[in-house]
Design a binder for this molecule. Structure first.
Ligand code: ADP
Length: 636
C-alpha cells in the first residue's frame, strides 16, 4: 500500500519536528510541513495529502480560513485541527467546515496518534460507503435500463427501435464495448445481424454466421449462454475479441430464434454471472418484441388482404359503426351510389348517402337492432338486393347485389307463365266441357264413372293452378288493382259465411267476433277477399277435424290488423320464412294428402304488399298457426 502523507500546518518548528519524529514517521506516514496558513493551503491543493493536521492560530491565514478555502474548492481531505484552548465556538465552526477531529494543545504523541488513526478509519469507512453507494447506484441504473426496455417492448411497435435499444442496454449493463443481435434466417440456416452497437461498419454489412461452428450458433443450438474469454474468444469468433457473451433469444412455441451478444475487443474484462442474468432479461424482451412484431405483421397482412378484397368486390359494401358512422365504403359502393365526396370515413351514413330507401333501412336497424333486407331501385333503373346485417363488435355491414338481370329474367318468366296459362285456359275449358258431356251421351259403367270423376278432379286442380298463376302475374304487374275504400269487416264476414259449410264438414269450430268498429282501408275488395279466402282455406285445410279457427280484426295505431288463428298442424320454424314463396309447400306426412298449388300464400303476400301492408306467420308444429296481416287504415 502506498505510504500515507500527512500535511502538518503548524507555525512552530518544534511541534512540526515532534509530530514528524514521534508520531508520523514511526507509524509509517510521510510528513509534509507547512509553517503558515497560505503555504498550508497551497500544499494541500498541490500535494493532495491523505490527512491534514491544522493548527488554528497561524500566520497569514488562520486555521478556520484554510478550512473555508478548502471547503470552497470542494477539497475533501480529512482534517484534524489543533487548538490551544477549548473554545466551543471554534470547535463547532471547524466541524461545520468539515474537520473530522480535534486535539487540544499541548497534546501528547499518543493522543495525536489516536486522532490520526481515528481520522483514517473514518475516511476508510466513508470511502467504502461511497464505493458501495456507487455500486448500488450502478446496479439500480442497470435495473432501470432493463426495466425501461421492458416497458418500451410493450409500448413501441417499431421493432427496429426496440431491438436497437435492447442492444444499447446490453452494452450498457454489461459495460461492454460492442453489442449485437443476430437472428436466424430459416432459409439459409445462418444468423444475420439485425441490430448492433459500436460494431465495425464492415462487419455489420457482412456479418452472417453459420450456426454449426460458431459461438453464436452454439448459444442458438444449445439454448444456453455462451461465454468466451482470452484466446478462446479469438479462435471461436473469427473476428478478434477478448471476451464475448452470447445469450439465446427464446420465443415460446417457436424455440430459439436468435442471439443477443456483447463483446470486448480492447478491454481484458470478461463478463460476470450478473451480466448473464441481466442480459437474459434483455434477450427475453427482444424475443417478445420480435414475436409481437411478427404477430402484428401477420394480422396486418390479413387485414390488408381483407380490405383489398372488400374494396375491389363487385358487391356494394359499406361498413358502419354502432353510431352509423362510415368505417368502410368500397369502390363499388361509391360508383353505384354516386358517392363523390373524397372523404367519407367517419361521416354519419344518413348524411353521406342520398338514397331514402337505404337511409330508412339504417334507421330501421337502429331501432330494431335486427338485420334488414330490402330491394332497392336506383334512379338509373337498376335494382339491388340490399341486406343490412349486424357485425359483432363493429356495427353494421350493408351489402348490395345488382339483381337487375334476375328481375328481368323473373319478369320474362312471369310473362311467359301468364301467356301459357292464358293460352291453356281455352283448350282446358273445351276438355272440361266434353268431360261433363260424356255421361249425357250414354250410360256409363262404374269404372267409366270413376275415371271421369278423377279426370274432373284433375281438371279442377289444373284450372285452380292456372287461375292462381294468372292472378299472381296480374297482381305483381299491378293490374286489377283499382283501389276503393273497403270495409274489411264485411269482407271477412262474407268469407267466413261462405267457408262455414267446409269447416262444418270437418266439425271445426269457425269463430268470428266482429269488432264494434273498424276503420276502412284503401284497397281492392276482390283481392282482399282473395287474401282472406286463402288464409281461411289454409286454416281449414291444415287443421284436423274437430279443431278450431278464429278470425279477428283490430285497429292499432292507424292500422288494421287481421289475425287468422288455428290449432292445426303448425309449421316448423325453419320453414316459416319460405311459406310465402311461390310453389313452396311443406312436405311432411301430415301434408302428404292435402292438395294445393303452393301459390295461395304467395298471392296473399303480393296483394298485401301492393296495399302497402305486411303479412307474417307465427306458428309451432302441433300447436297451430296464426297468420296476420296489417294494412294502413284510411284516415277519416
Ligand atoms: P298450398 O296451396 O300448398 O296451401 P300456400 O301457399 O297456401 O300453398 O301455403 C304454402 C304452405 O304453407 C302449405 O303447403 C302449407 O304447408 C303451409 N301452410 C299454409 N297455411 C297453413 C296453416 N294454416 N297451417 C299449417 N301450414 C300451413
Amino acid at each position: 500500500m502506498a505510504q500515507k502523507r500527512v500535511l502538518v500546518i503548524e507555525d512552530s518548528p518544534e511541534t512540526q519536528q515532534l509530530l514528524a519524529e514521534l508520531v508520523l514517521e514511526p507509524n509509517g506516514y510521510r510528513p509534509i510541513a507547512a509553517l503558515d496558513g497560505e503555504e498550508g493551503l497551497r500544499l494541500a491543493l498541490e500535494e493532495h495529502p491523505d490527512l491534514i493536521i491544522l493548527d488554528m492560530q497561524l500566520p497569514k491565514m488562520s486555521g478556520i480560513e484554510v478550512l473555508e478555502a478548502l471547503r470552497q474548492r470542494d477539497v475533501d481531505i480529512p482534517v484534524i485541527f489543533a487548538t490551544v484552548r477549548e473554545s466551543l465556538e471554534l470547535v463547532v465552526q471547524a466541524f461545520r467546515l468539515g474537520a473530522r477531529d480535534y486535539v487540544i494543545k499541548p497534546f501528547g504523541p499518543q493522543e495525536m496518534q489516536e486522532a490520526i488513526q481515528r481520522a483514517f478509519a473514518t475516511a476508510r469507512v466513508n470511502e467504502e460507503r461511497e464505493q458501495l453507494t456507487q455500486q448500488l447506484q450502478r446496479q439500480l441504473q442497470e435495473l432501470n435500463a432493463v426495466y425501461a426496455i421492458g416497458r418500451s417492448v410493450t409500448s413501441l411497435l417499431d421493432l427496429n427501435r426496440v431491438l436497437n435499444r435492447v442492444v444499447e442496454a446490453a452494452v450498457y449493463v454489461a459495460d461492454a464495448e460492442e453489442g449485437m443481435l443476430l437472428l436466424l434466417d430459416n432459409e439459409s440456416g445462418e444468423l444475420y445481424l439485425r441490430a448492433a452497437k459500436n460494431v465495425d461498419e464492415k462487419v455489420v454489412r457482412s456479418l452472417r454466421v453459420r450456426t454449426d461452428d460458431s459461438a453464436a450458433g452454439r448459444a442458438l443450438r444449445t439454448d444456453r449462454a455462451v461465454l468466451l474469454t482470452g484466446k478462446q474468444a479469438k479462435v471461436a469468433t473469427g473476428y478478434l475479441v477478448k471476451a464475448l457473451l452470447y445469450l439465446p433469444l427464446r420465443v415460446p412455441e417457436r424455440g430459439v430464434i436468435g442471439v443477443l451478444g456483447v463483446a470486448n475487443r480492447e478491454s481484458e474484462r470478461s463478463f460476470s454471472e450478473r451480466d448473464i442474468f441481466l442480459l437474459s432479461a434483455l434477450a427475453d424482451y427482444a424475443a417478445i418484441a420480435i414475436e409481437n412484431a411478427r404477430l402484428f405483421e401477420t394480422v396486418e397482412i390479413e387485414r390488408a388482404k381483407l380490405e383489398a378484397v372488400l374494396r375491389e368486390a363487385q358487391e356494394v359494401i359499406i361498413v358502419v359503426d354502432k353510431d352509423n358512422n362510415i368505417l368502410l365504403c368500397n369502390t363499388a359502393a361509391r360508383a353505384t351510389l354516386d358517392l363523390i365526396e373524397a372523404d367519407l370515413l367517419r361521416r354519419p351514413i344518413g348524411e353521406a348517402i342520398p338514397h331514402p330507401a337505404l337511409r330508412e333501412m339504417f334507421a330501421q336497424v337502429c331501432e330494431t337492432g335486427q338485420a334488414a333486407h330490402n330491394e332497392v331501385s336506383l334512379k338509373d333503373g337498376r335494382t339491388f338486393n340490399a341486406q343490412l346485417t349486424p357485425v359483432e363488435g363493429v356495427g353494421w355491414v350493408l351489402m348490395m347485389q345488382d339483381i337487375t338481370h334476375l328481375k328481368e329474367l323473373d319478369r320474362v318468366k312471369s310473362e311467359f307463365v301468364a301467356t301459357v296459362s292464358h293460352d291453356l285456359r281455352t283448350p282446358l275449358t273445351t276438355i272440361q266441357g266434353y268431360i261433363e258431356l260424356l255421361p249425357r251421351v250414354g250410360p256409363l259403367n262404374a269404372q267409366q264413372q270413376e275415371f271421369i270423376h278423377r279426370a274432373h278432379e284433375s281438371m279442377e286442380a289444373i284450372t285452380e293452378l292456372i287461375g292462381d298463376l294468372l292472378d299472381i302475374g296480374r297482381i305483381e304487374a299491378g293490374f286489377d288493382l283499382e283501389m276503393v275504400p273497403c270495409d274489411l269487416r264485411q269482407i271477412i264476414e262474407d268469407a267466413v259465411r261462405e267457408l262455414r259449410p267446409r269447416a262444418g264438414r270437418k266439425r271445426q269450430e269457425l269463430r268470428w267476433q266482429p269488432p264494434e268498429t273498424l276503420p276502412l282501408v284503401q284497397g281492392n275488395p276482390l283481392r282482399l277477399r282473395q287474401v282472406v279466402d286463402n288464409l281461411l282455406n289454409n286454416a281449414v285445410k291444415y287443421t284436423q277435424e274437430d279443431g278450431w279457427i278464429t278470425v279477428s280484426a283490430v285497429e292499432d295505431e292507424g292500422h288494421v290488423v287481421v289475425h287468422v288463428a288455428d290449432n292445426g298442424i303448425g309449421i316448423r320454424q325453419a320453414q316459416q320464412p319460405y311459406v310465402f314463396d311461390r310453389f313452396y309447400r311443406v312436405e311432411s306426412d301430415e301434408t302428404a294428402d292435402i292438395k294445393g298449388t303452393g301459390l295461395g300464400l304467395a298471392i296473399v303476400k303480393a296483394v298485401i304488399e301492393k296495399h302497402n301492408g305486411r303479412v307474417w306467420v307465427e306458428s309451432r308444429p302441433g300447436g297451430g298457426s296464426v297468420f296476420s296481416f296489417v294494412l294502413p287504415a284510411l284516415r277519416t
